[in-house]
Design a protein. Structure first.
Length: 436
C-alpha cells in the first residue's frame, strides 16, 4: 500500500490485482529484481512469500476474492465474515494459484543472466507459498502446504533454495505434524504475538524436537508487540535470549522507518530519548546468534557457522550442541530439562514427556506416539505397541483427511503422492485444534 505505516512507500499492484492468471502484471517482480541486486551486494538473501492470506478479503482484496466471490471482510479484517476456505479447497482455485506460483518461480531476473528466480540461490534463501496461509479460518486443510510445496520444489530442484511454510498465526497452528513430515517442506516457520517468553520457549522446544527428528529446520519468523520502544525491548528481549539458548533463528516484527510507539514498528537510531532500545537489543541478539551452537545448520548463509559448543549444564536439543557430547535429562531432577551433562550415560537428546504432542515414536521419552487415549497423537505412557507409531501416514496407507498423509493428499481413503487438486478429496472439515 501507499505510505505503509507512514514509511513513504509507493503502492504497487499485485500480479493478479484485476484478474486471476495470464496476463500477469510483473511490475512488482521487476522491482524485486532490482532489490535482489542490492541485497546480494550486502550478503543478504531474500525469504519470499508468494501471496498473502490477508489479501483474501481481510486487509485488502485481490483478484481471487472478486473472481471466485470469496467472503469479504475488508478492510478491517473481520474474520467472522472473512472465511475464504474455498481458496484452499476448491480444485480450480488451487490450480490457478499453482499457476501463479509457477509464474513467479519462472520469472527471469535480467541482473542475474536472466536466470529464473527458482535458480537464484545466491540471492534467495527460501520460498513460501503464502504468508500465514489459512489464518483465522474455522476449518483448515492441513495438506495444503505440502501440495503447494511440491509445486515449488519441482521448480527449485537442486538449486539449494529452501521451501518454507510461510508461518503460523500462533504457536498452536505451528504445531501440526503434517507440516514437519512433508518431504518437500524444508523449514517450518512459527509466528506468535504472545509475549510470554516461557510459553514460547516451551512450544518451540516441542517444535524443535519434531523438526530435528523429521530432518526439518525451524524459525521463529515473526513476533512482536504494540507498545513504546522501551516496552518492546522489555517484552521481546527475553524471547530473543530464549531463542538463542535454543539455537532457533528469530526475526521480530517489524523494522520500519519511522518507529511507532503505539504499534509494532521500531527503527535503528534514536530519533528521540524514547527510541532505539529495541534496535540495540536486536543487534545484541543477532550478534549472539552467530556464536551459539544450534540443532539446525544453515550452510546457505555465509555468516552462519557451527557456533561455540555449549558448556556443562546448558540447555540443549541434540548431543552435537554440547562440548561434552551428551544432551541428557538423567541428572535434571529439579526441572526435568535436557542439559549438556558431563559424564552422562543416557545421551538421547531432547525427548518429549508423556502427554506432549508428537510426530512419531522417536519424539517420545516413552517411545510411544499414539492417540490411543486422546484425539491427537501424543507421547503415551503404557501405550499398546501396535497403536504406537507415526502421526502421519505414508503413501498407500489409509487416511480420512489430507492431514493424515505425508504427501498432503488423501484420495479415496488412501494417501497418494503428488495428487492433483481435483484428486485430494480429503480436505474434510478439519477444525483448528488449540494446544494448551
Amino acid at each position: 500500500p501507499a505510505d505503509y505505516k507512514k514509511s513513504g512507500s509507493h503502492a504497487v499492484n499485485d500480479l493478479e490485482t484485476d484478474h486471476v492468471g495470464e496476463p500477469y502484471d510483473d511490475t512488482i517482480l521487476d522491482m524485486i529484481d532490482d532489490l535482489m541486486v542490492e541485497t546480494h551486494s550486502r550478503g543478504i538473501k531474500l525469504d519470499i512469500a508468494m501471496h498473502d492470506r490477508y489479501a483474501l478479503g481481510c486487509w485488502s482484496v485481490d483478484a481471487y476474492v472478486t473472481t471466485y466471490n470469496l467472503p469479504n471482510g475488508c478492510c478491517k479484517c473481520d474474520t467472522t465474515i472473512n472465511q475464504p476456505s474455498a481458496f484452499y479447497v476448491d480444485p480450480s482455485i488451487q490450480q490457478a494459484f499453482d499457476n501463479r506460483l509457477t509464474h513467479i518461480l519462472n520469472h527471469p531476473n535480467p541482473h542475474f543472466q536472466n536466470r529464473s528466480w527458482s535458480q537464484l540461490s545466491e540471492a534467495i534463501l527460501s520460498f513460501a507459498p503464502e504468508n500465514e496461509a489459512q489464518g483465522h479460518l474455522n476449518s483448515i486443510d492441513w495438506g495444503w502446504w505440502c501440495r503447494r510445496a511440491q509445486i515449488i520444489k519441482k521448480h527449485v530442484g537442486t538449486s539449494g533454495i529452501l521451501v518454507s511454510t510461510g508461518g503460523s498465526i500462533d504457536m498452536p497452528t505451528g504445531l501440526w505434524p503434517q507440516l514437519y513430515v512433508c518431504p518437500e517442506l524444508d523449514i517450518v516457520d512459527l509466528h506468535t504475538y504472545s509475549v510470554d517468553a516461557a510459553y514460547i520457549k516451551q512450544q518451540v522446544r516441542i517444535a524443535a524436537t519434531w523438526a530435528v527428528h523429521q530432518g526439518k529446520r525451524l524459525r521463529l519468523q515473526e513476533f512482536g508487540v504494540q507498545s513504546d520502544d522501551w516496552s518492546k525491548s522489555q517484552a521481546l528481549g527475553p524471547i530473543m535470549v530464549g531463542m538463542n539458548q535454543m539455537g532457533v533463528p528469530f526475526t521480530p516484527w517489524e523494522l520500519v522507518k519511522p518507529a511507532n510507539n503505539k504499534d509494532f514498528e521500531f527503527w535503528t537510531s534514536r530519533t528521540n530519548t524514547t527510541n532505539g532500545f529495541m534496535w540495540t537489543d536486536l543487534s545484541k541478539g543477532a550478534a549472539a546468534a552467530l556464536t551459539v551452537a544450534a540443532p539446525f545448520s544453515w550452510p546457505e548463509i555465509a555468516s552462519s557457522g557451527p557456533g561455540t559448543p555449549k558448556g556443562d549444564w546448558l540447555f540443549c536439543t541434540i548431543n552435537a550442541e554440547c562440548a561434552n557430547g551428551c544432551c541428557s535429562v538423567e541428572q535434571s531432577t529439579s526441572d526435568g530439562r535436557y542439559k549438556c551433562t558431563p559424564g552422562g550415560t543416557q545421551c538421547t537428546g531432547n525427548l518429549l514427556s508423556s502427554g506432549t504432542l508428537c510426530t512419531g515414536d522417536s519424539d517420545c521419552a516413552n517411545s510411544c506416539c499414539s492417540k490411543q487415549y486422546s484425539s491427537r497423537h501424543e507421547c503415551t505412557d503404557g501405550g499398546t505397541p501396535s497403536q504406537c507409531g507415526n502421526a502421519v501416514h505414508g503413501n498407500g496407507q489409509s487416511c480420512a483427511v489430507n492431514a493424515d498423509c505425508m504427501s498432503g493428499c488423501c484420495e479415496a481413503s488412501t494417501c497418494v503422492a503428488h495428487g492433483q487438486p481435483d484428486q485430494c478429496s480429503g480436505a474434510g472439515g478439519q477444525r483448528r485444534l488449540l494446544i494448551v
